[in-house]
Design a protein around this ligand. Structure first.
Ligand code: B16
Ligand code: MG
Length: 220
């Protein structure tokens, strides 16, 4: 890679803040309302996956995907979302994950750009609860894309919005589907967490993210 690093594209859920537990609680309630057991291990499969696709994976797990009409599926997804949104009221600026604010300050000091790439329809609500909406030069959420991760569309759109080439940014993700989306976009990928495959670099937690490390990785 010969171009300089000019921007960073952040996933939201799991990178900027940890909403995965709220998604888990909401899916558990909805799944159990139709007799499907749901645990944290299965919830891992839903990170970075859109709401409807998540529900289809839950139904498929118990071979129930043909038991519901389209209307019932939409009602179940709405039920999950209603509870999830009520849980989001708990979020405050103190819930930004460690190291993220410091990284954004460092990026801005060097005139690098920042974007969000989240498949969540609630992305702006979450960013607003964190008081982080103004920190990003461009926000791509579910409203701006037609294909969910692992399709590269969301990361390509983030670069387009930043007016940068995909070779000029790094993407940061906590989900396997997200790492695949970043790689498919031809962007240098950074994974956060454990058990992720194929990321160009992985850190255990966001507190270990650092501009210098991102620059070194991008220059390789
Ligand atoms: P919503 P991200 C994703 O956000 C979550 O990781 C995933 O668990 C969730 O199902 C998806 O958003 C859709 O969220 O129901 O709020 O539209 O990781 O891409 O920021
Ligand atoms: Mg995520």
């Amino acid at each position: 890679m010969t171009t300089a690093l000019k921007g960073v594209v952040f996933d939201l859920d799991g990178v900027i803040t940890d909403t995965a537990h709220y998604h888990y609680l909401a899916w558990k309630k909805t799944a159990e309302s139709i007799g499907i057991e749901f645990d944290e291990a299965f919830n891992e499969n839903l990170k970075g996956v859109s709401r409807i696709d998540s529900l289809l994976l839950i139904l498929k797990k118990d071979g129930r995907e043909n038991d519901f009409t389209q209307e019932q599926i939409e009602a179940l997804a709405a039920d999950k979302n209603e509870f999830y949104v009520s849980l989001l009221k708990e979020i405050t600026p103190a819930d930004v994950l460690p190291g993220i604010k410091e990284l954004i300050v460092a990026l801005k000091k060097q005139n690098l750009k920042c974007a969000i790439a989240s498949v969540s329809k609630n992305a702006r609500t979450v960013l607003s609860a964190l008081e982080m909406e103004q920190e990003f030069d461009y926000i791509v959420d579910a409203a701006k894309i037609t294909k969910s991760k692992p399709d590269p569309e969301i990361f390509v759109e983030a670069c387009r919005g930043l007016n940068l080439d995909t070779s000029e940014v790094v993407g940061i993700e906590d989900a396997q589907a997200g790492i695949e989306a970043i790689n498919a976009a031809g962007i240098v990928s950074v994974g956060v967490g454990s058990g992720l495959r194929d990321a160009d670099m992985t850190v255990k937690n966001t507190g270990l993210l650092d501009l210098r490390i991102l620059e070194i990785l991008h220059s390789k």
